[in-house]
Design a protein around this ligand. Structure first.
Ligand code: HEM
Length: 510
């Protein structure tokens, strides 16, 4: 509509205004009011269905959500903020193709993409053209500074090069035999007490505390022992607050103003000061800054993945039975070889949880220059590309008709035909079973660890840590959901925490 306003019609409008209002006896306040009114009318004509500051994009008409004058889709997104991920999945199911376009105040033109081909283009083929950019930087820099997660270009390359030396097979071997086993063991003693006392525990909180303890020891050399305490650790509380508040900034274009008007800004400063006090300790002890940054950004990822995974195991008895069979036949001591070769079913269960519940559920990139996506959609410099690994993981075009179901079998070599037909079933065996090898899936399809040059550097670390925990916990305990709980729901956050505690009763198996 705005492009329909021609120069002739604007000048005709101006003539009418001049004749009617600017000549004659109008007073100054009346003129001010009139100009304000006129500006509003002109803005409404220019932005009839999109956010202020965005360009008219007839090329995106077929994939654009209907927007309101001046604010575009800002209110719709704010209204759905508590169920943003589910709304996104449903949104994509209701449109043709895997792209949707919206405009949001403060963020501008957003193109959301939802398949592996489009994702590969953004994360690899034209990688240099899609940056984290200024918006992400300004939202995250208070907590993360300008480290690897929050930088682009040469600075990011430098961080990446330094950080990639931290991870090696030698390190993994010593972590499995040391930190991972020690902290899993500590968790098992807490579970033993719960089994003896019959008091239910919040599994999500326990996994988070265990990981916090492990990270604090690895990055800061500190023994914070949050597993041994009943209340929250100050670091954990500050950390959760900073993550949730940063995420709220993504959904609130006016965050700079609203945070100042409420106590949020000062609470955030306090939380960052607590996190910094640990970070300074880390630097003082001359440990790697990237590990400390990874704790802040990725700390909750592993525990969240384990919480969602155990929820699925508890509600799928066939999966639980297979998992037990596998862990029951392993030697007592966890080793690198065991975790990488003999835990195929457990590995498939963990990856299936990451597919349906990716701990970094969405991401935003900014286009540096104009581009065309593989499906012909035009991208202009400054457009933002949004992708959600949560929505891609549930897309039936990508993962087959049974995409929403929890089926670890889909990960085994030789199951592609069943996956495509939608014929997968949970199979159980009475005798110990040797499962096929776990298929190495395309990074762009299984994108829970990101993909391309910026793929997660901690993928092996996180997987080996999770397998150590699962081996030790599942060979000794059965976790049983406390009856009467609603199915867990994700909280809108940068990561994917469960909204409510995951209450379980612990029963000894042996
Ligand atoms: C299940 C656990 C984990 C998941 C699902 C995960 C996922 C991801 C994702 C999606 C990204 C891209 C983030 C972005 O673009 O902002 C990422 C980046 C990264 N992850 Fe992880 N992560 C996990 C655990 C870890 C751990 C334990 C570490 C370190 C020990 C780690 C280190 C990193 C680093 C350094 C990057 C930045 C890579 C770059 O930008 O070049 N991650 N991870």
């Amino acid at each position: 509509m705005s492009s329909a306003i021609s120069t002739t019609s604007l000048s005709a409008l101006f003539q009418v205004i001049k004749a009617r209002f600017l000549q004659g006896t109008r007073t100054r306040p009346q003129r001010v009011k009139f100009f304000a009114f006129l500006s509003l009318v002109l803005l409404l004509l220019k932005y009839p269905n999109r956010a202020i500051g965005t360009r008219a994009r007839p090329d995106l008409k077929a994939i654009s959500w209907k927007g309101a004058p001046l604010i575009g889709n800002t209110i719709t997104v704010l209204k759905n903020r508590n169920k943003f991920l589910q709304a996104l999945v449903e949104g994509f199911e209701s449109v043709e193709g895997n792209t949707m376009a919206t405009t949001i105040l403060g963020l501008g033109q957003i193109i959301a993409i939802n398949d592996n081909i489009l994702l590969e283009h953004i994360l690899k083929t034209n990688f240099e053209n899609y940056e984290k950019g200024f918006i992400i930087n300004s939202l995250l820099s208070q907590v993360l500074g300008n480290g690897i997660f929050n930088s682009d270009g040469t600075l990011w390359k430098m961080h990446r090069k330094t950080a990639s030396h931290v991870f090696s097979t030698k390190i993994y071997r010593s972590l499995i035999e040391g930190t991972f086993t020690d902290h899993s063991h500590h968790l098992c003693t807490v579970l033993e007490r719960a089994a003896d006392s019959g008091v239910a525990v919040d599994l999500q909180a326990l996994f988070l505390r265990m990981t916090l303890d492990a990270f604090a020891q690895l990055s800061f050399g500190l023994d914070i022992n949050s597993l041994g305490k009943d209340g929250r650790d100050p670091f954990g509380t500050a950390f959760d607050f900073a993550v949730v508040s940063t995420d709220e900034r993504f959904m609130n274009p006016l965050w700079r103003i609203t945070e100042r008007l409420t106590s949020r800004a000062s609470q955030m400063r306090k939380a960052v000061a607590v996190i910094d006090s640990y970070a300074f300790e880390a630097i003082r002890r001359r440990r790697g800054e990237t590990t400390e940054e990874a704790l802040i950004r990725q700390g909750p990822a592993g525990p969240q993945a384990l919480s969602w995974m155990y929820y699925e195991v508890m509600v799928n008895p066939a999966v639980e039975k297979n998992l037990w069979q596998e862990v029951d036949h392993l030697d007592e001591k966890a080793t690198y070889e065991m975790l990488t070769k003999d835990m195929r079913y457990t590995h498939a269960v963990f990856q299936e949880a990451l597919r349906l519940y990716p701990p970094v559920p969405r991401n935003l990139k900014t286009a540096v220059a104009d581009d065309v996506l593989p499906n012909g959609i035009q991208v202009k410099a400054g457009d933002r590309i949004m992708f959600s690994t949560y929505a891609i993981g549930r897309n039936k075009e990508v993962w087959g008709p049974q995409a929403p179901e929890f089926l670890p079998e889909r990960w085994f070599e030789g199951t592609t035909a069943e996956v495509e037909k939608g014929d997968l079933k949970n199979s159980t065996f009475d005798e110990p079973h040797v499962w096929p090898k776990v298929r190495k899936e395309s990074q762009y399809k299984f994108s829970s660890f990101n993909a391309g040059p910026r793929i997660c550097l901690g993928q092996t670390f996180a997987t080996l840590e999770a397998l150590t925990v699962i081996k030790m916990v599942s060979s000794r305990f059965q976790l049983v959901l406390v009856p009467g709980q609603a199915p867990p729901e994700p909280v809108p956050s940068l990561t994917l925490p469960m909204k409510n505690p995951l209450l379980v009763n612990v029963v000894r198996r042996k």
